[in-house]
Design a protein around this ligand. Structure first.
Ligand code: FMN
Length: 223
């Protein structure tokens, strides 16, 4: 929630995107973090609305489904993402490809951002990218920066200049690709494997019915 280095870099990205008037919806952890996942499996077996935290999770999910660009950002905490964000991402388990991915995810672009004082952003961006991949997002850019500081105010001016230049280049690339992205071979192969799993799925009727209803078991694709 605090406006630290990670948030300021994210803001920089938003300012540099070529659409000068993008519609931006932001969620902040822990303000919007649902309660911890209690492992009830309701989302998987009964449906996402049966999650005890559906009231806090679903408004975020609905906004994410509408978006063209999904940005996940977290400072590095002990070589991982913040617990607050992880708690939210746990609630997205039912949207992973082995369960009930949303078709709109397959045409989105992702951007994951992390900062650390000295080391660890690679682990954070890799984990965040992995989440997006398993939701179906075919293309995700990573931006990790070791800022050498505990807050944005004390990041050295030359480091900020370097960040601004890197962000500008990456934002231009993302601007060109937003709304213009298609699943690559990795996503297609993973989806095919999940389709085979669903064909022989005899343990979760909720997931299987979803796949049947979407026509994916019979050869339709979500993209
Ligand atoms: C609980 C905690 C754990 C941290 N763990 C790491 C770490 O593993 N590696 C590192 O280089 N910096 C670590 N830091 C420092 C932050 O990652 C770093 O200052 C970051 O830029 C803060 O981002 P923010 O300004 O967006 O909060 C940690 C900070 C906190 C509060």
């Amino acid at each position: 929630m605090h406006k630290g280095s990670t948030y300021n870099i994210t803001k920089l990205f938003l300012d540099k995107l070529s659409d000068k008037n993008p519609e931006i919806t932001e969620f902040f952890m822990p303000k919007h973090t649902p309660g911890f996942c209690v492992g009830c499996f309701n989302c998987f077996t009964k449906g996402e609305d049966a999650c005890p935290h559906a009231d806090t999770v679903q408004p975020i999910v609905k906004e994410m489904e509408k978006a063209d660009l999904l940005i996940l950002e977290s400072p590095c905490y002990v070589f991982g993402m913040s617990g607050q964000l992880k708690t939210f991402l746990d609630h997205m388990g039912y949207r992973w490809m082995p369960h009930r991915p949303h078709e709109r995810m397959f045409s989105k672009i992702g951007l994951v951002i992390s900062t650390a004082a000295g080391a660890g952003t690679r682990k954070v961006t890799k984990d965040l990218k992995n989440n997006l991949f398993y939701w179906g997002v075919p293309k995700t850019y990573c931006y990790g920066k070791h800022v050498g500081a505990l807050n944005w105010e004390t990041v050295k001016p030359e480091k900020k200049k370097q960040i601004e230049s890197e962000v500008t280049k990456l934002a231009e690339k993302i601007s060109r690709e937003v709304c213009n992205v298609k699943p690559g071979i990795k996503t297609k192969v993973m989806f095919k494997i999940m389709k085979m799993n669903q064909k022989s799925n005899d343990w979760n009727a909720t997931d299987k019915e979803y796949w049947i209803k979407k026509g994916w078991i019979n050869g339709k694709n979500p993209w």
